[in-house]
Ligand binder design. Structure first.
Ligand SMILES: CC(C)(COP(=O)(O)OP(=O)(O)OC[C@H]1O[C@@H](n2cnc3c(N)ncnc32)[C@H](O)[C@@H]1OP(=O)(O)O)[C@@H](O)C(=O)NCCC(=O)NCCS
Length: 222
């Protein structure tokens, strides 16, 4: 009798991109542990902006929604999200986007939105308008989110995440990387050290949409 063994889904196989000393960088996997971490950290690291868009009591719903929408996605989407572990503990993440990704990974109609009130929904729409890059130019790689749990900041994890996504962009034949950062954010120091320079600023509507005055576009030619 033939024995059929079930193959693991590729989205739950570990894809390690970097492993040296305490820091390991791998792609996000479609597991509850990874996706909950993604939902929690990508919300908590930008807590002020999420609270500006909604309110403190809505944070758990935003985490729940972000976690849910990261489950059951195509492998390529997990290839865009990198998780950092420090001594085996989830510590940071970075997500990137290439030209055409918005169409490749559309929102799913059957994702149930938690019962946000209409003020939260308006705020989240504004947050989305202000932060989501609708059209990444051909040959560019956009750093969508980079964040490290505050317990692990200043240990070089952010730098390694940036190096890993840069290698990925080169493998995709990109000519440039770019990101947007709030101009007063200390992270500008990290980006400058990594070779990014400011190529533009925006101020319009940011106070309303994000609660900040100015954001800068930073770019690194590859
Ligand atoms: C920015 C961030 C990803 C860097 O990760 P990290 O592992 O701490 O970075 P590294 O240890 O490799 O490098 C240290 C640099 O990170 C940045 N950094 C450290 N703590 C930070 C903090 N609380 N907020 C913002 N940037 C910080 C600084 O640029 C620092 O360099 P400096 O000491 O010369 O100012 C991380 O600090 C973070 O998640 N911050 C909060 C979320 C955020 O602001 N993300 C960037 C949005 S564009």
């Amino acid at each position: 009798m033939a024995v059929v063994t079930q193959q693991p889904l590729s989205t739950t196989v570990e894809k390690v991109q970097y492993n040296s000393g305490p820091i390991k960088i791998r792609n996000l996997m479609d597991t509850q542990e990874d996706c909950s971490f993604y939902g929690r950290l990508s919300t908590e690291a930008f807590r002020d902006k999420v609270i500006h868009a909604t309110k403190e009591s809505s944070i758990p719903k935003v985490i729940e929604y972000t976690t849910m929408t990261s489950r059951g996605r195509p492998q390529e989407l997990y290839d865009r999200i990198f998780v950092a572990e420090y001594d085996g503990v989830h510590a940071g993440l970075c997500s990137i986007a290439y030209h055409g990704d918005k169409e490749k990974f559309p929102e799913r109609a059957n994702d149930v939105v938690p019962n946000f009130d209409c003020c939260d929904l308006c705020g989240l729409l504004c947050l989305d308008m202000a932060t989501v890059e609708k059209n990444v130019p051909v040959g560019n790689c956009y750093i969508e989110v980079i964040c490290v749990d505050d317990k692990f900041r200043g240990k070089g994890i952010g730098k390694v995440l940036m190096d890993v996504v840069e290698t990925d962009a080169k493998n995709h034949y990109c000519k440039a990387m770019y990101l947007w950062v709030v101009s007063t954010n200390r992270a500008v120091n990290l980006y400058s050290r990594q070779g990014y320079v400011i190529t533009g600023n925006k101020t319009c509507c940011l106070k309303c949409m994000l609660g900040v005055k100015k954001a800068s576009r930073m770019e690194k030619p590859l």
